[in-house]
Design a protein around this ligand. Sequence first.
Ligand SMILES: NC(=O)c1ccc[n+]([C@@H]2O[C@H](COP(=O)([O-])OP(=O)(O)OC[C@H]3O[C@@H](n4cnc5c(N)ncnc54)[C@H](O)[C@@H]3O)[C@@H](O)[C@H]2O)c1
Length: 116
Amino acid sequence: MKILVTGGAGFIGGNFVHHMVNKYPDYQIVNLDLLTYAGNLETLKPVEDKPNYKFVKGDIADEPFIMDLFEKEKFDIVVNFAAESHVDRSITDPGIFVQTNVMGTRVLLDAARNMA
Ligand SMILES: NC(=O)c1ccc[n+]([C@@H]2O[C@H](COP(=O)([O-])OP(=O)(O)OC[C@H]3O[C@@H](n4cnc5c(N)ncnc54)[C@H](O)[C@@H]3O)[C@@H](O)[C@H]2O)c1
């Protein structure tokens, strides 16, 4: 089983990555994160050398990149935690929220549908 976890360097995604990597050693966990101001790979140090874990830096809204990644990795499951999540920032800069949270989710859904 190969699982794509997006936003795995963030708060919720990071906890999910720890849980999955440790609880399911037979599953391959691929963490895709753009490492925005909210992303922090330090919290993933305890799992970074595990054989069932891999980090990929990238943007969920980058359609060619995501399509290539899905083609190459052939994920069984996608769990999307990649997001602009801080509400106060959405007031000063709403564009990036639409880009990541709406367009990025659409790209992931299309990529998953193409693989089905
Ligand atoms: N934190 C909470 O209490 C909570 C509660 C309920 C739901 N959620 C939801 O869970 C999701 C994650 O929340 P969080 O608190 O972990 O957020 P977070 O801001 O801590 O983490 C978001 C992660 O997404 C990454 N990211 C941002 N844009 C990206 C992009 N374009 N491509 C790839 N990676 C990108 C960031 O680098 C970061 O690592 C959000 O959808 C949020 O609304 C959070």
